[in-house]
Design a protein around this ligand. Structure first.
Ligand SMILES: Cc1cc2nc3c(=O)[nH]c(=O)nc-3n(C[C@H](O)[C@H](O)[C@H](O)COP(=O)(O)OP(=O)(O)OC[C@H]3O[C@@H](n4cnc5c(N)ncnc54)[C@H](O)[C@@H]3O)c2cc1C
Length: 266
């Protein structure tokens, strides 16, 4: 049994956004972190693996070679294997191309009856939440998005899905794909043993040569040239003006209410 988790290395968007002259994001100038929702996906897979010791957790990321550092962290957290999908031909892919390449990479690993593919709900940089559902479509898998609880027992998988105003519990057949949200769990830290032993675990690179014959990958719709969408411009939002401080006194609050009434806000 395999739990395959798609993990994206993202720029730390709490810092300043670096932009190239052509208007695209300069990722090399920004600190990177593991996409937060993906840590919840990894934790979900590790927790299921802990209950099924015969299973293994494979983390997979598409990105440039430095993303290996992130994969080392995930191996130190407890993942069993890591795959880096990396090649110049894949660079500049939009969500359509990214999901196609990741689906091809997952097909290359192979999916069996009991396997589960996990994604985060959404990456904090692209922010589209498209890649998980697109991978499921391309692999022909049933999918449940916004997973807030996952129980796998006696061959059935029950997933509690978060909606805007409640929850829905779904029984889903495997193999399937789940997208995970932060309410699902609290991700574990790397262990000391994990840090000492991560380099004994396999980290495989799937380059263009490895994946070019995968039937799910159409070579003319990957990379910057093949992507149907392109980033036109990236920029940091302008700083907001200074706010107004109101003293928490009767006069201060009266003045604030008068101001709001004058502007027809209240
Ligand atoms: C309109 C548009 C145009 C773009 N054009 C360019 C471009 O020209 N050049 C460029 O470099 N980028 C471009 N991007 C960014 C690129 O498409 C995204 O980084 C990538 O497709 C992932 O999409 P996302 O960040 O919205 O992920 P989401 O769909 O929000 O991610 C959901 C989940 O999918 C999985 N996932 C997503 N990406 C990866 C990954 N790389 N590896 C492993 N798992 C992953 C993770 O589990 C993640 O939590 C573009 C994005 C958009 C929306």
């Amino acid at each position: 049994m395999k739990y395959i988790v798609c993990v994206k290395q993202v720029p730390n968007t709490s810092g300043k956004v670096a932009v190239k002259e052509d208007g695209t994001m300069d990722r090399s100038k920004m600190a990177t972190i593991i996409n937060p929702d993906d840590l919840n996906a990894v934790e979900a897979a590790l927790a299921l693996r802990d209950e099924n010791p015969d299973a293994k957790v494979i983390v997979i990321s598409m990105g440039p070679p430095p993303a290996k550092g992130m994969l080392h962290e995930l191996l130190a957290m407890g993942a069993d294997e890591a795959v880096l999908v990396s090649g110049r031909e894949f660079g500049g892919s939009d969500t359509f191309a990214t999901s196609q390449i990741l689906a091809g990479a997952i097909a290359h690993i192979g999916l069996d009856k009991d396997d589960i593919v996990f994604c985060g709900r959404q990456a904090i940089d692209g922010d589209t939440a498209q890649v998980g559902p697109q991978i499921a479509e391309k692999l022909g898998l049933p999918q449940v998005s916004y997973a807030a609880d996952i129980q796998q027992k006696d061959g059935t998988l029950m997933v509690k899905r978060m909606l805007e105003d409640g929850y829905m519990t779904i029984e889903v057949e495997t193999p399937c794909l789940l997208t995970c949200i932060k309410e699902l769990n609290k991700p574990r830290y790397m262990t000391v043993r994990g840090v000492l032993e991560f380099d004994q675990k396999p980290l495989t690179v799937f380059d263009f040569e490895t994946l070019k014959d995968e039937p799910l990958i159409e070579l003319d719709t990957i990379g910057l040239k093949g992507s149907p969408t392109n980033v036109y411009k990236s920029f940091s939002p302008p700083a907001k003006g200074e706010g107004v401080r109101v003293e928490a006194t009767a006069d201060g609050i009266r003045g604030m209410v008068e101001d709001l009434c004058e502007k027809h806000i209240v």
